[in-house]
Design a protein around this ligand. Structure first.
Ligand SMILES: Nc1ncnc2c1ncn2[C@@H]1O[C@H](COP(=O)(O)OP(=O)(O)OP(=O)(O)O)[C@@H](O)[C@H]1O
Ligand SMILES: O=P(O)(O)OC[C@H]1O[C@](O)(CO)[C@@H](O)[C@@H]1O
Ligand SMILES: [Mg+2]
Length: 561
């Protein structure tokens, strides 16, 4: 591979491995908390009702192998991105590593090399210079662009098996596949790395300090992938960084696996920063979860396919109902608070849908080019129709009608009004006024879609994500979310995952495909399209033929490839 140089005025060309030391944050001495020593070295005294029979010292009874000096190596303030640049516009957005702030960490041979299942695999270990490009559609003059570190097992690990005390937490709404990810983290740690101590944190972030923990073993998790939900519970709100990290220290936890959506990953990012500030040898790994598919960078989130598949059942029912009545309308509401991916993909998959409404595409009801005009035309042409609406669509129209105060859930997410009920009523009123017979059936399967177990392909996807997270933590990487980028498993720094939400780009080809499949109006004027394209530019959302480069200070530049 080409030599890679740091984007720094003083740098010369170096291999990635030799770069780590150059990214060390200035160390901060002065430990203010007694906890910094007690929690790592001695048995936890404040396990707040923990069921765990484990203590926080090393299993041999000796103090944890944790260099005292490293405790002193906290870093102050925000952590700078680890960006490495190379020839032809190559940029690696690297993830932090424990050795960035803890010097002289011992390494060990990866136990996988003796595992009969893996030892036969040629090149099983990932080369440390392997990286994955974010954009794969390029022109011959395009810069190579942003890359992420390839996930997978490394030749050397930074934890001994009996030293590891891992925990898993799930936060936010349910999503198919949560149990599969939990199962595969436990089994991956146990079977690949011989790690026997894994705790489930009960009930989301607040479970760290307010609830019991659940010891997780391969036996406990054996069958859980066949169930929906999460066996360790989940919640919104209750993120208290300092209390969470206190609990991590008190319990002697040194690998934290955090499964959740955009809010959860923001929480994981601040936990990582606090862990690093305290200089702890604790790897913090995120596994992105969201049926809304609103997490950027990654190809898609786990559970999304299962949710789209399940949505088909509701759309089918709506179609059967609509077909069987005079001027029948089947209206289906699907999840999607800010991003309409489930609605878009369910519509594209079904082919029975005549109109799909999503939060990203404003619509209007009355007048030329409006929804009522389209519904009336469709009923006259076809005798029935199916409408799919994402729950976040048209919220601005509802608030005009209801003048309601904005309410939020415990995590600060806006609570939505029922757009399906509202639209049903408005359609009924319209046809009553037109004295036209119409039969509308409203189906709201929202929670049914996310409470199911994951389908076969999501199960495989969850397994790979979980195993990649385990390999990453064992290899000493931290402050990362694991994710599929262009079909490859990667480690993505938290700041990339949390900087914005993934949304349907309505000037993109996928939305055009949907419009041409349903024949619905776009509800956009030519002027809107031009303005939307301009906004995309500011948000650095790329069209297929554009390259976005961004410097370390976050200055974005879009050029046509
Ligand atoms: N900015 C933030 N900083 C720290 N913690 C956060 C932040 N945003 C959200 N959290 C915490 O993350 C957890 C989950 O957040 P949220 O309820 O928004 O769900 P999510 O992870 O986005 O999942 P989804 O929206 O897909 O259901 C909550 O416990 C919340 O307190
Ligand atoms: O579980 P709650 O708090 O009702 O939240 C529902 C929200 O969660 C999501 O399913 C995301 O997890 C959204 O689609 C939906 O708006
Ligand atoms: Mg969210």
């Amino acid at each position: 591979m080409d030599s890679i140089s740091v984007r720094s005025p003083t740098s010369s060309s170096l291999s990635i491995s030799s770069l780590k030391s150059r990214f060390l944050e200035p160390s901060v001495s002065g430990i203010s908390s007694h906890r910094k020593f007690s929690s790592v070295i001695f048995k936890s005294s404040s396990s707040s009702g923990s069921n765990s029979s484990f203590n926080s010292s090393s299993p041999s009874g000796s103090p944890t192998r944790f260099p005292t000096k490293s405790v002193l190596m906290g870093s102050a303030g925000k952590i700078k991105p680890k960006t490495v640049s190379g020839p032809a516009g190559y940029v690696l957005e690297d993830v932090p590593h424990l050795s960035d702030y803890i010097p002289d960490l011992p390494t060990y041979p990866n136990p996988l090399q003796d595992n009969p299942a893996y030892s036969v695999v040629k090149q099983y270990f990932v080369h440390e210079d392997d990286t994955v490009p974010q954009k794969i559609v390029v022109h011959k003059t395009s810069p190579r662009g942003i890359h992420f570190r390839r996930a997978g097992p490394r030749q050397k690990v930074y934890f001994e098996s009996d030293e590891v005390h891992a925990c898993i937490v799930t936060c936010g709404g349910l999503c198919p596949g949560l149990n599969t990810v939990i199962r595969e983290i436990v089994c991956g740690l146990y079977h690949m790395y011989g790690v026997k101590r894994v705790l489930g944190i009960d009930g989301g972030y607040r479970g760290f300090y307010a609830k019991n923990t659940v010891p997780l073993t391969p036996k406990v998790v054996n069958d859980i992938h066949k169930r929906g939900g999460t066996i360790i519970g989940t919640s919104r709100g209750g993120h208290d960084t300092s209390k969470i990290v206190d609990s991590i220290q008190d319990r002697g936890i040194n690998q934290v696996f955090i499964i959740g959506g955009d809010g959860t990953q923001k929480g994981a990012s601040v936990i990582f920063e606090e862990v690093r500030k305290r200089g702890l040898k604790v790897a913090v790994a995120g596994i992105p979860k969201t049926i809304d598919n609103d997490i950027p960078v990654i190809d898609k989130s786990f559970g999304f396919d299962s949710a789209v598949e399940e949505a088909q059942r509701a759309i089918n029912a709506a179609h059967v109902e609509a077909e069987s009545m005079e001027n029948g309308i089947g209206l289906v509401k699907l999840m999607g608070r800010y991003s309409g991916f489930i609605a878009m993909y369910a519509t594209l998959a079904s082919r029975d849908v005549d109109c799909c409404l999503i939060p990203e595409s404003p619509f209007y009801l009355e007048g030329t080019g409006g929804l009522f005009e389209y519904i009336e035309r469709r009923l006259k042409e076809n005798g029935h129709m199916v409408i799919v609406i994402a729950e976040g669509a048209g919220q601005e129209l509802l608030s005009e009608s209801f003048h309601s105060a904005t309410q939020q859930d415990a995590s600060g997410n806006k609570l939505l009004q029922d757009v399906g009920l509202w639209l049903s009523q408005r359609i009924k009123d319209y046809f009553k006024q037109r004295k036209m017979i119409m039969n509308l059936k409203y189906i709201d399967p929202t929670y049914m879609i996310r409470a199911i177990p994951s389908n076969a392909s999501d199960n495989v996807y969850c397994t790979l994500l979980a195993q990649s997270a385990v390999h990453g933590a064992m290899a000493g990487y931290t402050g990362f979310t694991v994710g599929l980028v262009n079909g490859r498993q990667t480690y993505i720094p938290f700041y990339r995952i949390i900087e914005k939400q993934n949304m349907v780009v309505i000037t993109d080809r996928m939305w055009a495909r949907l419009l041409s499949s349903t024949n619905q109006p776009s509800f956009l004027s030519a002027k809107d399209v031009v303005e939307d394209k301009k906004e995309e530019g500011t948000a650095c959302q790329l069209l297929d033929d554009q390259i976005c480069s961004e410097d370390v200070s976050g200055n974005k530049e879009i050029s046509h490839g």
